[in-house]
Design a protein around this ligand. Sequence first.
Ligand SMILES: [Zn+2]
Length: 259
Amino acid sequence: MNNKILLTFDVEEFDVPVEYEQKIDLEKQIEISTIGLQNVLALIEKHDVKCTFFTTAIFALEQTELMKIIARTHEIASHGYEHSSFKNSDLKKSKETLEALLDVKIFGYRMARLAPVDDSEIENSGYAYNSSMNPTWIPGRYNHFFKQRTPFQTGNVWNIPTSVTPVFRIPLFWLSFKQFPMWVLKKMMLRTFEHDGYLSLYFHPWEFTDIKTFNLPTYISKYSGEKMLQRLEETILLLKNEGDFITMNEFVNNQKNNI
Ligand SMILES: [Zn+2]
């Protein structure tokens, strides 16, 4: 069996400036994400790779036609109702909203900012999998350094952590793509890929829009727009030689069939 690549995007209103006390209205937040999303779509279409898009219900309500087009080829999963707030009832509400709006079945959930979420609530809300855990230590955010770094089941819910390197657990997530030189990232991705047999990567569409005009920390805005598109393309080209791009739900079904 070939190694698998789970390339995923968290489609959300661009609320990062709000975290840094800058005002940005919802219309602008949606616009920034939409530009990046269209850039991402052009790239993944060019390379014919299948991805998973975790979207907030708010974004899908604002960009319904675009999300419907994406749903024809890729998996749509839930990234909550809105990005900046959460209550348990949003789990079910976002799933039902997306299913009715886009006429698809929603299997997966990812929590905004990978905040902790109760797996029993995920299961009760009708999801098959949860991809909300980065099994490493991110100072000031979370510490999952000693949690399992590969897929595991809690009740009937499959947990698919995002990829970190073996041993040192360097996260292969969006921020690392702005900190490390590409040759280091490539080495870490291949090492993890060989070790685990799959890679679970995640980005946000707004990273693929030029956001340098916002007053954000350079570790967030240094690589955006064209520079990030180049990095994503290099990643796709590297991994395309090594395995198959599949959706997260396809991967979960493979896990089920393997036990
Ligand atoms: Zn998010």
